[in-house]
Design a protein. Structure first.
Length: 381
């Protein structure tokens, strides 16, 4: 998942919420733009009042994005799908889940609830606009129109927007051919992207540089993703020939849940950062994972606490089945290492480098890097 550097700000019902460094810049720009509007266009002369209103506008705006992503996560959890987390990034948000595990219906439902939630929020903001007055009424009225626009944009049939994923699911369900569905979503994505590109050129030529940059960015994402779809389909076809068990390496050492964090540091964690180590209970059953990063948060204050207290839950850990094909597994890894579990016990580790080594060895019969990449994240707005 292309989220860059990020840090966790909260955990809600077992789902970690992150913000990326890119989001911090966008949040600052949004607050400054609202402050400038209030002080220049609306004549709010009291600096503290303008700051409070600008922060309120930003809080409502980013809360609406978070609600959009939460809808994806809640639907995924309702379908008993894993959700690794929700991250706010500069283009909106990203929810890490595996909607395709429940077939086309799961893919469609997880994608659909995002724009539907944003559309509902447009109605909520509009009611608030009518019920309030003055500057506050203008702020929520503006957010109502913004939410309506973003709901429409996200519903457009251009992959990887939510509408493109809904289209993918629909074609997949009708044809029972996910390869064809990906191809159709890519083609339409190019078409929608070219339309946005035309709007961008028209906007810039008429002096609206802001709209031109926004629509131009969307055009770039859609066209680039669509053009790379054939290459990605070919890669998936090749990876589909292998299974996780064919490419995995031996699992890292297991860590008993009752071991102290200080002992776990000496036992396995020292010298690592994000590598997950499987944690097992007294019966040897895999119950989650721990990494140097997760252990440091608690172990820095109380190193004698048991590993169980710093556990990364199963639903937040990248867990793979040794029998699943490499195409879906590689997409789910998103640049991270995952633990391979069989019958409740860790049996291996799989990372992008392991998949690439299998690809070179089995498909290409060579040992030089290929540098392939997985499908891009959903650029929710």
């Amino acid at each position: 998942m292309l989220t860059g550097h990020r840090w966790k700000i909260a955990t809600v019902r077992g789902i970690p919420l992150y913000v990326s460094t890119s989001w911090v810049w966008i949040a600052g720009i949004y607050i400054w733009s609202q402050y400038s509007y209030l002080t220049i266009d609306r004549g709010v002369t009291e600096g503290s009042e303008a700051i409070m209103l600008a922060v309120l506008a930003a809080a409502l705006f980013f809360s609406s994005i978070l609600a959009h992503e939460a809808a994806h996560a809640v639907m995924a959890r309702g379908l008993d799908l894993p959700v690794r987390g929700v991250t706010l990034v500069f283009w909106g948000g990203a929810t890490e889940t595996r909607a395709d595990l429940h077939g086309p219906l799961g893919e469609f439902l997880v994608a659909f609830v995002g724009p539907a939630t944003t559309l509902a929020l447009a109605g909520v903001f509009w009611v608030a606009h009518i019920a309030t007055h003055g500057v506050v009424s203008e702020i929520v009225g503006y957010l109502s129109w913004l939410s309506l626009i973003f709901a429409g944009l996200n519903a457009l049939p251009g992959f990887p927007l939510d509408g493109g994923r809904m289209l993918l699911a629909a074609v997949w369900g009708i044809t029972r051919n996910r390869r064809l569905a990906l191809r159709v979503a890519g083609w339409l994505g190019i078409g929608v992207g070219l339309a946005f590109g035309a709007v961008a050129i028209w906007s810039v030529s008429n002096g609206d540089v802001g709209l031109g940059l926004f629509t131009g960015y969307i055009a770039l994402i859609l066209v680039t993703t669509g053009r790379s779809m054939e290459q990605r389909i070919a890669l998936r076809d090749r990876l589909e020939q292998g299974h996780v068990g064919d490419a995995m390496r031996p699992p890292p050492p297991t860590i008993p849940a009752t071991l102290s964090l200080a002992e776990a540091l000496d036992h396995a964690l020292r010298g690592t950062t994000d590598q997950p180590f499987p944690v097992v209970d007294e019966s040897g059953r895999y119950i989650g994972s721990v990494s140097m990063r997760s252990a440091r948060r608690l172990g820095g204050r109380d190193p004698l606490r048991p590993v169980r207290d710093a556990l990364i839950p199963l639903n937040q850990t990248t867990v793979l089945d040794r029998g699943e094909t490499l195409d879906g597994a590689f997409e789910w890894l998103s640049g991270q290492d995952g633990l391979v579990v069989d019958d409740g016990k860790p049996v291996g580790t799989l990372g992008p480098r392991d998949v690439e080594e299998w690809y070179r060895r089995v498909i290409e019969g060579r040992s030089t890097p290929t540098g392939f990449a997985g499908l891009p994240p959903r650029p929710d707005l």
